[in-house]
Design a protein around this ligand. Structure first.
Ligand code: IFM
Length: 462
């Protein structure tokens, strides 16, 4: 699994605050945009929400014990901004920070490296009420929040990510409207994208921590054919999915192809002097969340609707094609996409790379005699780990691989219907009993394999 890279690949498992914690009104936590969005009729499948989620807020010790039993090197979690700053600005709620401090200390006591993400989509509602990410003041507020978390945990957490998948926060949230806050305003989504990049850059600077990166759901964008129409829409999709993040981070610029679909990014009222310079070089490492490739083509009027169709504002006449085989959430399984993405991103950025999420939703996991069989998930992770090994052998500087996710949880607009976990959570009773699936035991064996070596302490240290 190590390829030609000198250091062993760190193996881990990832979660996010709103998806697992529950306890939404406890210890002073304020409302987030996901509380509000999930309460909107029809926004989330089955009317589900994160009120209880996996109740991880109350089961911290049990859940850390699961991570320990998995044997992994690292655990990636996110901090809920509304727990730390219930109003989004100003007053800090120490009980919120206490929770994450307990989590970090428990992990460290078990020899597990904590990897913290500052923003995994739970924006404090008061900030959205004031305009949300399309407004510059949200980026300013993020820096204060980031500093407060880092002041408390920076002596123990050495791997930090500012944002998780800002493409989703900007374009699913403000253009497609299928994620919180559920707005369908294309230009606002581009404005949000700029402020997410900027807030990352400012926070990385404020933290003064050499280990601050950002997690992007970059995707290989494969036009369905070489037809100029297909290539043109694919370029627009690539601009919004990949280049709007990588270009400012690497070059301190937005390119022409992006400006064609997002002319607002040339507006000096939005992109102010110094913004792009601040972005350039601001990521010490890149997290990549990979699930599936994107296959655009010019619309022919016969494609089934795709939930992300509206997430590429400015790209006209777009179809998104999904090939077989697919997981239960409808995403094509294609490990070669991960290999290509890692090699290309390595060449493009030269940064240390971590696969901060990869995994699969599969259905029908029932507990029989204490076992949950999920051979399809094992095959998915096995084949993607093989792709990582090939990318490393080709020279990509990949430091870590995190399975999404530790346990079945609140899958955003899909509610609890789509399950990605290595651990089954019984939602049929309030006990929320956790049962490790076959994939959990299989992954534990991969982690323990003597040939692997142990992941280096300090996932992204030089
Ligand atoms: O559950 C999400 C996670 O929050 C972000 N990345 C994709 C996962 C699966 O949809």
């Amino acid at each position: 699994m190590t390829g030609s890279s000198p250091r062993p690949l760190s193996l881990g498992v990832a979660t996010a605050s709103y998806q697992i914690e529950g306890a939404v009104a406890e210890d002073g936590r304020g409302p987030s945009i996901w509380d509000t969005f999930a309460a909107r009729p029809g926004a989330v499948r089955g009317g589900d929400d994160g009120t209880h989620a996996c109740d991880s807020y109350h089961r911290l010790d049990d859940d850390v014990a699961l991570v320990r039993d998995l044997g992994v090197d690292a655990y990636r979690f996110s901090v809920a901004w509304p727990r730390v700053q219930p109003e989004g600005t100003g007053r800090i709620e120490p009980r919120g920070l206490d929770y994450y401090e307990r989590l970090v200390d428990r992990l460290l006591a078990e020899g597990i490296e904590p990897v913290a993400t500052l923003y995994h989509w739970d924006l404090p509602q008061p900030l959205e009420d004031a305009g949300g990410w399309p407004e510059r003041r949200t980026a300013e507020a993020f820096v204060d929040y980031a500093r407060a978390v880092h002041d408390r945990l920076g002596d123990r957490v050495t791997s930090w990510a500012t944002h998780n998948e800002p493409w989703c926060a900007a374009y699913l949230g403000y253009a497609a409207g299928v994620h919180a806050p559920g707005r369908q305003e294309g230009e606002a989504a581009h404005r949000a994208a700029h402020h997410l990049v900027l807030s990352h850059a400012w926070a990385a600077e404020a933290l003064g921590d050499a280990h601050t990166g950002i997690v992007l759901n970059l995707a290989p964008v494969w036009a369905e054919s070489d037809d100029p129409g297909d290539l043109a829409v694919a370029d627009g999709v690539d601009a919004i999915r990949n280049r709007v993040w990588l270009d400012p981070l690497v070059d301190g610029a937005y390119d022409e192809g992006l400006l064609r679909v997002a002319p607002v990014l040339a507006d000096p009222g939005l992109v102010r002097p110094g913004d792009l310079e601040a972005a350039r070089g601001s990521a010490a490492w890149l997290g990549i969340n990979y699930y599936t490739p994107v296959r655009p083509r010019r619309a022919r009027g016969d494609a089934p609707p795709h939930p992300e169709q509206g997430a590429f504002p400015g790209v006209a006449d777009l179809d998104l094609v999904v090939r077989e085989p697919r997981t239960d959430i409808g995403w094509e399984v294609e490990p070669r996409g991960l290999e290509e993405l890692l090699v290309r991103t390595h060449e493009r950025t030269g940064l240390p790379l971590v696969i901060t999420e990869n995994g699969a939703a599969y259905a029908d996991q029932v507990v029989v005699d204490g076992r949950v069989e999920d051979a399809d998930r094992i095959a998915y992770v096995r084949d993607h780990l093989a792709a990582v090994a090939r990318a490393r052998a080709a020279g990509a500087d990949v430091r870590g691989y995190f399975v999404w996710t530790l346990m079945d949880n609140f899958e955003w607009a899909e509610g609890y219907a789509k399950t990605f976990g290595l651990v089954h959570v019984d939602r049929s009773s309030p006990s929320l009993t956790r049962t490790p699936k076959a994939s959990f035991h299989w992954f534990a064996e991969q982690v323990a394999a003597p040939a692997r070596g142990r992941g280096a302490a300090g996932l992204v240290s030089p």
